[in-house]
Write a protein that binds this ligand. Structure first.
Ligand SMILES: [Ca+2]
Ligand SMILES: [Ca+2]
Length: 395
């Protein structure tokens, strides 16, 4: 059991950039890095509700047990929040109010959830027996993301709603193995470092927890993990030596879609109408994407929505969300998929994308109409880029 320590809350406002709100229905992300230090349990244990977070005297030279700082990373465009917390060896530690996620600048309800991206360093992450970041108030289902050592055990929380002017309170629980070697117990050594994304959305519809997976090859409702290839899933390649196919041996878990753009693009396409029926543009579409390497100058990760704006079932618009370092002209694929070109709009999501780790990309396309098709494409017009896609979700 973790004991509660009613330390004075640290108010960490993940302020939303006003510019981000122009993309009114787009999910956007703040990055948090959680650094774990360890020290011996203090002799005096966490008195009462008025206990100060300061007063630390473990020889580390620090006065507090939790530090929160911020910086802007120009290479990714992310606002990064860095949280340094101390765990006590062999003694579960529960900080109930580490971070506050606030809706300061948006007039409507904002939704937020936590997504565990992965372990990104530290001297001895294997000694972290349990690390969880959770919603203290309000709560979600699932309510926490969890790491054990360098592994992600629970990768995402459900959504919590934050009204205008309100905040959600985030806590952290850490258990350090008592066998942690003494040289790491100085309260300064970074034992482990974890990356957790804070995803905001104005319209999180469709992010209900995934239903239980069906047995006997039955597809789970509104989540597709490439366990088979029904008729509404198609692979397309365009030109060069590009590839797109069901990869039985790899995935999150296997199988998944293997996509490679080599002087062209490879794509996995979901005929949403055939899968679920036309889906409102207010729903969130989510994919997990794994890139073999950082995306180079003119490489693209493209997420395509084919939208029927007049209700006749036939798409009228191709909306392309994309990541690319320098490329600003993602390639439309409607001609290949549907046999005719569509008007296209494009939205740059980022100039960087994590390499060699599964990353969830969730988008609410917004606007008017119905999504009748969805695709993820890896596009390298003048090179070779490889990736995988798994666990496509829309509810
Ligand atoms: Ca899979
Ligand atoms: Ca139409």
């Amino acid at each position: 059991m973790g004991r509660k320590k009613n330390y004075r809350p640290l108010i960490a406002l993940a302020a939303l950039a006003v510019a981000a709100l122009a993309l009114a229905t787009l999910t956007f992300t703040n990055v948090t890095y959680w650094l774990i230090n360890a020290t011996l349990p203090p002799a005096m244990k966490y008195a009462g509700p008025d206990a100060e977070i300061g007063g630390r005297a473990d020889g580390s030279g620090y006065g507090r047990y939790v530090y929160v700082s911020y910086y802007y990373d120009p290479s990714t465009g992310y606002n990064v929040t860095r949280i340094s917390i101390v765990g006590f060896t062999g003694d579960p530690t529960n900080y109930t109010d580490v971070l506050r996620l606030c809706n300061k600048y948006y007039s409507g309800t904002l939704y937020v959830r936590l997504v565990a991206v992965g372990s990104i360093g530290g001297q001895a992450p294997q000694y972290v027996r349990d690390f969880r970041v959770y919603f203290a108030d309000p709560t979600a289902d699932p309510n926490y993301v969890q790491f054990q050592g360098a592994s992600v055990v629970q990768s995402a929380t459900g959504w919590v709603a934050i009204g205008p002017g309100q905040c959600a309170t985030v806590g952290a629980y850490v258990l350090i193995d008592p066998t942690l070697p003494p040289q790491y117990r100085d309260g300064k050594t970074i034992i482990a470092q974890y990356e957790i994304h804070v995803a905001f959305s104005t319209q999180p519809t469709g992010f209900a927890p995934p239903p239980p997976t069906g047995g006997g090859g039955q597809l789970p409702y509104c989540r597709y993990g490439f366990d088979q290839q029904p008729a509404w899933v198609k692979f397309y390649v365009y030109d060069g030596n590009s590839k797109a196919y069901l990869d039985a041996d790899n995935g999150y878990p296997a199988p998944s879609a293997y996509l490679e753009g080599q002087n062209g693009w490879g794509a996995v396409f979901i005929n949403v109408s055939a899968w679920l029926g036309p889906v409102s543009v207010d729903n969130a579409f989510s994919s997990q994407i794994f890139m073999w390497a950082s995306i180079g100058d003119e490489d693209y990760i493209q997420i395509h929505f084919f939208i029927d704006t007049d209700g006749d079932g036939r798409p009228d618009l191709e909306k392309v969300y994309y990541y690319s370092h320098k490329g600003r002209t993602p390639t439309p694929i409607a001609q290949t998929v549907y046999g005719y070109a569509l008007p296209i709009t494009t939205v740059l999501l980022g100039t960087w994308f994590p390499a060699r780790e599964w990353t969830t990309v969730s988008i609410v396309p917004g606007g008017v109409g119905y999504v009748v098709g969805y695709a993820v494409a890896i596009n390298s017009p003048n090179g070779d880029t490889k990736g995988r896609v798994d666990n496509i979700e829309v509810c």
